[in-house]
Design a protein around this ligand. Sequence first.
Ligand code: ZN
Length: 862
Amino acid sequence: MLKVLTAAVLALVVAAPATAQRLSDTVVPEHYTLWFAPDLEKETFRGRETIQAVVTQPTSSVTLHAAEIQFGEVKITSGGRTQTARVTMDPKAETATFTVPQRLAEGPVTIEVVYTGILNDKLRGFYISKANGRKYAVTQMEATDARRAFPSFDEPAFKATFDISMTVASADTAISNGRPLSDTPGPEPGTHTITYSRTPKMSTYLVAMIVGDFVCRDGASDGTTIRICSTPDKQQLTTFALEAAEHQLKWYNDYFGIKYPFGKLDIIAVPDFAAGAMENAGAITFRERLLLIDPERSSVGVRKQVASIISHEIAHQWFGNLVTMKWWDDIWLNEGFATWMANKPLAEWKPEWRVELDDTEDTQGALGIDALRSTRAIRTKVVTNEEINEVFDGIAYEKSAAVLRMIESYVGPESFRKAISSYLTKFSYSNAAGEDFWTEIARVTGRPVDRIMRSYVDQPGAPVLTVRNTCVAGASEISVAQSRFSTSPDPTAARQTWTLPACFKTTTGQPRCEVIDRAEQTSKAAGCDNVFANADARGYYFTEYAPDAARALGKSAGGLKPVERISLISDEWWMVRAGRHDIDVFLDIAANMAGDDTPAVVEALANRLTFTANNIVDAGQQERFQRWIRDRFGPALATLAIPGNLRDSDDLQTRRAALLMLVGVVGNDPEWQRRARDLAFGYVKDPNSLPPSLASTVLQVAAVSGDRTLYDQYVAQLAKLGSQPEEYYRFFNALSWFRDPAIVKAALELAVSPTVRTQDTGTLIAGFIGRPWARATAWEFTKAQWKALIDKLGVFQGIPTIVTSLGGLCTASQAADVRQFFAKNPVASVERGLQQAIERAEQCTAVDLRQSPALAAWLGRV
Ligand SMILES: [Zn+2]
């Protein structure tokens, strides 16, 4: 699964209701035969199910999962005798128990169930989606919602095969995991019944059903049929996704040395979707805007995002679907791997995208969570559904992926590939735990991967390497000390160390990598100039240089690769956040890199300077800070000819966008804001007036000083652009940039109105909580609307996005208010996210206090 906003995370687990219990293995399923007849008008469905299972110890009852299911007759046959079972439900545990008068002996057993269920509006289990004046029925089973569609042994280790059939309206189609074997009219008038081929052995959370008037574009790769499906109005937006999927499937077949295991591959865009995408075996589902684009009119950022998410989901067909984690505590075996793999086929397909820069920023995102005391270890014990759903976070995805990149770089890509292939072969159609993985990788590569992985998977946080070098006989002698990094250190915490490969280089010499496993040790590098401590930026650690050494690296940054420059900017920024260095060192480095021609480097600077402007710069210093931004970055922007030509390179367009954002918003430049407004009005009239990679930024910068007329134009566009997701979200995402207080209020009301899809409500509110000028208003609004929000969104989507965004608040009183509010209104599905948000808000307050004097002194000098 891919979450839209990977929520932040924590170890301070507030007592969650531990109602969920693991099923026993007294009865083990082997095969399900499932029939569904959804009634879209009534928003219900009928189901019939036969489960073939094995009784491992004699028993008179069978307990499995079921939620919001109305049972009809339940019969159990064993040893040639059929008994009718009594059904008892435990709604809290989401289980049903079938009890029979005569004990079931060891051996095969057949369970037959007739039941009905509901097509809910909470985007989970089997649910209703609406678009184009009609309804659709769609599934999202991961993590614990297959039980809402069919009574099942709904845990990942209970793998089974599935025969699925569906009866739907004659005019509709239905898609499932298998390929259609037969399609016959009836049984009722106005319906047809489609039967699908048997699936390979797989977990219940991978079952999929998608019902409606979907149309598909056909393709193929390496002998496998691939289809990209959408509602009929969007079929012209499916060519790019098909091209990407065709390239990737063949690439993965070659990489793994194991052919795609699920027969055909359908990829379906559904109108309402809680996650970003879901890797159901052979039937991947997507949010529309993450799949359907017009390649001629899309920004490079969106093209990359779409290709990367498709790649993530296809990688899951091996990592997750073929080999599945034994239990959700090892969800990183699914998500970390799919995240790590996703950019690999892209690097070959579109080398000009330079996806390694995105990987480096992702690593920094994960380190940002690990800088909190409230982070969690990659492997964290989970019991309840709420706990299970909350571990789909930046630790499972981006941190695990970053650790894998580090290991791959350490053992070498080809050696790592062989080991991965060996692991997947060994556990095909089965389940594995973390140990199974690293034992196999260590065996095949002959390197101590097990020690490194154990230190990263089972302990929370990440190390900071404190690096000091001295010149001895023409070479650098580097003393390295490691400890846990935290932006809010806890002096009473136990000392932690990691086993990690670290790579040092001087700005003129070759990198030298070695395993660091002690609290203090000494290393070497050729040459005596500045030592950079994370060559190729593949290491998952923070680096603390001496302030003067960091400044010197900033001055000679031209000798570093772009990924290393991002790493340097980030490392120095973390020193600011932790109060280890004064902010002037970072700002000097930023000044030195202002003319950098790699867009990702400018974006890395822009993000941190935005935080500085929003949270550290005091009211009295704003004028001066904004002027500094304009003086430093304005000249580079002025030379780039905004808006430029539609055919300009992606890099040039992206650099324009990053600089325009920095000068227009952080620099608060009235002239650039006026130009952006003119361009935005022009864009509303003619979408070809702006290059695609610049359009979003122009709309956002324009909104900052935009009035009601501009806002009304944006909202009017939303109504017109229902069939063009990328264009729609350009306007939608710009709404949270309006600064006018009356517009902020209007847009917040819009977020909870029926005009905005449930899947987007949280994003819009969170957007405002992220803006310094709107955050207080947006937080008050959130509190006032809380009950309505929970009713509208449920607790698993939207709400986590909003709670996570509260980390953008930056006063002690707001942090305390958040704590108080959720003490009265607890949400079990986002306990860790809440703790992290509170810690971020408190930490922000501390940074402001700590760095304000240093900032004032620095502003006095520049
Ligand atoms: Zn995923």
